[in-house]
Write a protein that binds this ligand. Structure first.
Ligand SMILES: [Zn+2]
Length: 279
């Protein structure tokens, strides 16, 4: 009903005084509103109580139909279907926001890297002299070896940022390869945030497993991860692009391979330039 009808039928001031403002955005709320039409906040919000906080916390993690574990399980079993539901079929409430999930995983990743040091574990400490590590190499090569060592430390210390830089690159490669599918770059980017987050989580688990229980295999970490990424993304994009014929795995595997090669080439050249010209 609009205000003119009300004015005609009943006392306007008494009607208006029965209305409240939304505490979040100040939109006028009618009594029967369950959600604010301005910002979507619930109109009946209780005060914070420890019980609610715990409820929210456990819901966020364990809820069987929308929590973080639900998202992880879905990204493990049907990554492309999940990304497609969120990105293209607009089931936005069903899944945890992929960017929040990414931040959470990056935080975990950082802690695990500090704990395990998968890349620099073979160097004793950062402060060790290079002469001690490599006693027989000619003097003019030493600066390069030292910078390579520095680069390895740099990678380990900034692994989160380096991993983040891969997301827009991967999204670009897949957008380029599947331009005709009518999925735009931003949509590819959000899908890639899902896939990269899950890949980071897998990296964390594998690093923990190798670092704590199977130290002997730690040098194979990178190759295992690359292989996993190749398989995972090939399957994920097969589902995301809604392919049906098994032969289309060739397309998604080729695109994944191209993305991985571009990434290795790009990050490799940055490290090379650092070793060659860095100070
Ligand atoms: Zn509001």
């Amino acid at each position: 009903m609009n205000l003119f009808q009300i004015a005609g039928n009943q006392d306007l001031t008494s009607y208006l005084s029965s209305m409240e403002n939304c505490p979040n955005c100040s939109t006028m709320l009618e009594n029967h509103f369950v959600y604010c039409p301005g910002c979507g906040q619930t109109t009946d919000l209780p005060r914070f109580k420890i019980r609610h906080i715990l409820d929210e916390f456990f819901q966020a993690i364990f809820s069987v139909d929308r929590g973080i574990l639900f998202l992880i399980r879905n990204l493990a079993t049907q990554p492309g279907v999940t990304a497609r539901a969120y990105v293209l079929e607009k089931k936005r409430k069903k899944y945890v926001n992929p960017f929040s999930f990414l931040l959470l995983v990056l935080g975990l990743n950082l802690s695990v890297n500090v704990l395990i040091k998968p890349y620099t574990a073979r160097f004793s400490t950062k402060k060790d002299t290079i002469q001690h590590v490599t006693p027989t190499v000619p003097k003019d090569v030493l600066p390069y070896i030292e910078r390579r060592r520095q680069a390895t430390f740099f990678i380990e210390e900034n692994i989160n940022i380096i991993g983040l830089a891969a997301i827009p690159l991967f999204a670009f490669i897949f957008w380029l390869c599947f331009r005709r599918s009518d999925i735009n770059y931003a949509e590819h980017l959000v899908a890639q945030v899902f896939f990269s987050s899950f890949f980071s989580l897998f990296t964390i688990l594998l690093t923990l497993l190798l670092g704590l229980a199977l130290k002997h295999y730690l040098p194979f970490l990178n190759r295992t991860l690359l292989l996993f990424q190749l398989l995972y993304l090939s399957i994920a994009y097969f589902q995301f692009l809604h392919y049906q014929k098994p032969v289309d795995y060739v397309k998604t595997s080729a695109a994944t391979l191209l993305a991985l090669i571009s990434w290795v080439a790009l990050s490799g050249s940055v490290v090379f330039l650092y070793i060659r010209f860095g100070r």
